[in-house]
Design a protein around this ligand. Structure first.
Ligand SMILES: Cc1cc2nc3c(=O)[nH]c(=O)nc-3n(C[C@H](O)[C@H](O)[C@H](O)COP(=O)(O)OP(=O)(O)OC[C@H]3O[C@@H](n4cnc5c(N)ncnc54)[C@H](O)[C@@H]3O)c2cc1C
Length: 473
């Protein structure tokens, strides 16, 4: 259905909204949305202030026009795709670093600031923003907060939620709230900030964030460890985390992924299960590396190279380029949607084994890699799109992997969010009563279902209005 957005002309300058085809096409999908699932919004708006966001939301809410926040569009589950049309609210013009307060380890930013720009702005103070996702250079702080992103350093520093102190946000009816506090701890009132982080633009639009920062470590080392088998590699990772080895990053790359990385980057890494590491410390980093080495030796590590920060880029190249390596590995095979499940660390070896066994059994190529220290597994099922049976087997495999992760006490998504792609697992993971409580939160803050409708919750009887009964529970 097409929505009348002519009211935008009364609220914004001419260069702040567009109903032109190219702008609408450019906001019809995010990275994870295939072309045939793209939905063109009726209009794109570029607010430049909190007041602009508030005015657009109040007017749209009154008229029943859906509004989907859009930032860099790097979401992988359709999170930023305007599933019901209406307005795509592009926050990328709100991209100022407002205030750096090194004495408090804090920075205030607008939501459209790119992740690595935060690091650039605070580097001269010896500070950094630790939970940046791998996409930190192509995605925004607002998108990271809305998806509760996390990254390679989460095993040591936690996820984005752990580094957000205070948020200014606009609710669906246009009212502006401040959630959280600049004090590092507070027990005052309901913790609305935690509701907003990870809500994927369905509860409010974030217009300003106060982030906490960390001091840059004095000592940094990079490592790469090769193992004779995947079992050894995953057991070594789980053991290192359980033993309290202080790693900043611990990433797994299975043999299939190593082969793909070699083909893409021209590296000559042995096609073996590989663990990439980073160590951060202010003192005693060599002791930590030695501790890690001893844990890995008890799991038959074949080779463990450790280098200084300067040489880390070369050592890590294969891991860095992996997402692109998987995509371009075989022109006859297309990666299905990238998988992102997380399980408790003790279940990680079993989870990875399950995926590789399924791949063998079903004759599929399924590279596995990811932020292993958090129990996070990324996997990509490659299919021959000309063969419907192959595609069906691939899709069944993706479902089976997510279901297995939930059975193992894990989650359907460690970092990419639910978006459109993972809605069917919400009830299996949380239970019907919990999902109903989530719906009631959504309904209380956004009774007209204005903000990013068609996301997070499973489809409902009339196509997804809040408050209706859930189908297929
Ligand atoms: C190559 C690649 C690597 C990736 N690696 C990682 C990774 O390591 N870890 C990880 O967690 N993710 C990763 N991602 C996923 C993605 O980059 C992150 O989720 C990122 O934080 C999304 O930010 P964005 O600016 O692109 O937001 P968008 O995709 O534009 O939007 C994300 C969601 O937030 C909402 N939104 C956007 N701005 C606001 C706002 N101001 N207020 C309220 N809601 C808002 C949107 O409606 C949408 O639901 C990766 C993606 C790619 C393509």
């Amino acid at each position: 259905m097409a929505y009348d957005t002519s009211f935008l002309g009364d609220l914004l300058d001419d260069d702040q909204f567009s109903v032109g085809d190219s702008h609408r096409d450019g906001h019809a999908a995010d990275w994870g949305t295939p072309d045939d699932e793209a939905v063109r919004p009726d209009a794109v708006v570029w607010p430049e202030s909190t007041a602009d966001v508030s005015a657009v939301l109040a007017a749209a809410n009154e008229r029943g026009v859906p509004v989907t926040p859009y930032a860099a569009g790097t979401s992988l589950e359709g999170n930023a795709t305007p599933a019901r049309g209406g307005i795509s609210l592009d926050v990328t013009r709100m991209d100022a670093v407002l205030d750096v307060r090194p004495e408090d380890f804090q920075v205030d930013v607008e939501p459209g600031v790119m992740g690595t720009e935060v690091d650039d702005a605070v580097a001269s103070e010896g500070l950094f923003f630790p939970p940046l996702p791998s996409s930190g250079d192509i995605s925004t702080v607002g998108g990271m907060i809305a998806n509760d992103a996390s990254g390679m350093q989460t095993v040591k520093y936690g996820e984005v939620a752990d580094w957000v102190l205070e948020l200014e946000a606009v609710l669906a009816d246009g009212s502006v709230i401040t959630a959280g506090s600049r004090a590092v701890k507070t027990s005052s009132g309901y913790n609305l900030k935690e509701f907003l982080v990870g809500s994927e633009g369905t509860l409010a639009v974030v217009t300003r964030a106060t982030l906490e920062l960390a001091g840059r470590p004095e000592q940094v080392r990079g490592g790469r460890a090769l193992f004779p088998s995947l079992d050894d590699a995953t057991a070594a990772v789980a053991d290192a985390v359980r033993s309290g080895v202080d790693v900043a990053t611990i990433e797994l790359v299975d043999a299939t992924s190593a082969t793909m990385a070699n083909a893409y980057t021209g590296t000559d890494l042995p096609d073996a299960p590989t663990v990439f590491l980073k160590f951060h410390a202010n003192h005693g980093v060599e002791e930590e590396v030695a501790f890690c080495r001893s844990v890995f030796e008890s799991h038959d590590v074949e080779r463990f190279d450790v280098v200084d920060e300067d040489a880390m880029d070369d050592l890590w190249q294969a891991r860095r380029d992996l997402a692109f390596a998987v995509q371009s590995y075989d022109p006859d095979l297309t990666p299905l949607h990238p998988g992102d499940v997380t399980v408790p660390i003790s279940a990680y070896p079993e989870m990875v084994q399950y995926v590789t066994d399924l791949a063998d059994e079903r004759d599929l190529l399924v590279p596995c890699f990811g932020h292993a220290g958090d129990g996070n597994l990324h996997f990509s099922v490659l299919v021959d799109e000309t063969d419907p049976d192959h595609v069906a087997r691939g899709e069944r495999t993706q479902d089976d992997v997510v279901e297995r992760a939930i059975e193992l006490g894990g989650t359907a998504t460690g970092e990419h969010g639910i978006g459109r792609g993972k809605r069917e697992y919400l009830v299996a993971e949380h239970g019907a009563a919990t999902v109903d409580a989530m719906r009631r939160v959504k309904h209380a803050l956004d009774p007209e279902d204005t903000l990013n409708p068609g996301k997070v919750f499973p489809e409902t009887v009339d196509g997804g209005r809040v408050g209706d009964d859930v189908v297929d529970e």
